[in-house]
Write a protein that binds this ligand. Structure first.
Ligand SMILES: CC(C)(COP(=O)(O)OP(=O)(O)OC[C@H]1O[C@@H](n2cnc3c(N)ncnc32)[C@H](O)[C@@H]1OP(=O)(O)O)[C@@H](O)C(=O)NCCC(=O)NCCS
Length: 197
């Protein structure tokens, strides 16, 4: 299967992410386009969507999966990102390296287990490699079991557990992957990438 991956510019991409997040029951606090754009503005970032026909007899493609990430620097001033860097400090080296944070993503229920998230992950890795990144990090929680299994299949390594003493399911996991030519050689999806500004 060939995946159609669409890359969006900041403003349109932020709107598309807001729309697609409304289809997920897992996101308790869906993000607004404003919040997404304000996090990404001024940072190197990548907004990707995987496209599929809306129904079997439909030729028109709609976004069915998404993945958004951005550069993460040692000297972040945004409070959430400064906290994230502090948590990662013991397990990710920032000095003289480019670190990419794979921030949010998912696949709509009806289109799961068709390779959309793998296609987006591989495209994100391809782009990160092209941009000179050394490492990709991602954060999840114990209770997101499907995401944890998927990240394991995609060969992310757990680099840190931040336990929640009251609720193990809410404990946070930090995972990472080194970006390099060898990683790209292991990619399995066939992708067409469309640029949308
Ligand atoms: C996790 C999620 C992104 C997977 O998306 P997807 O498009 O179905 O994933 P893919 O089809 O690309 O699968 C990628 C790999 O993960 C595996 N996988 C996917 N869902 C899985 C599941 N529920 N259990 C075990 N493995 C799973 C696939 O078998 C595949 O492995 P392979 O490529 O080695 O054969 C999707 O289920 C999702 O959006 N879930 C909700 C997101 C969420 O909980 N977010 C909370 C914040 S982190």
């Amino acid at each position: 299967m060939e995946h159609v991956v669409r890359r969006y510019g900041l403003e349109q991409g932020a709107l598309e992410v807001q729309y697609i997040e409304e289809h997920f029951s897992e996101f308790r606090h869906p993000k607004t386009a404003d919040a997404i754009a304000s996090r990404l503005r001024g940072r190197e970032c990548l907004i990707l969507m995987s496209m599929a026909p809306a129904s079997e007899d439909d030729d028109a493609l709609i976004p069915v999966a998404f993945k958004v990430g951005h550069e993460l620097k040692a000297a972040e001033t945004h409070p959430d990102l400064a906290d994230l860097v502090r948590e990662l400090d013991s397990c990710v080296r920032f000095a003289e390296r480019k670190v990419f944070y794979s921030w949010i993503g998912g696949t709509r229920t009806e289109w799961r287990e068709q390779g959309h998230y793998r296609a987006l992950t591989e495209q994100q890795e391809q782009w990160a490699h092209d941009q000179g990144y050394h490492e990709m990090v991602v954060k999840t929680k114990n209770r997101f079991y499907a995401m944890r299994s998927t990240l394991a299949r995609l060969q992310f390594d757990v680099v840190k557990l931040q336990p929640d003493p009251d609720d193990a399911a809410a404990s946070k996991l930090y995972l990472s992957k080194r970006i390099g030519a060898e990683l790209l050689r292991g990619h399995r999806t066939v992708r067409t990438v469309e640029e949308t500004r």
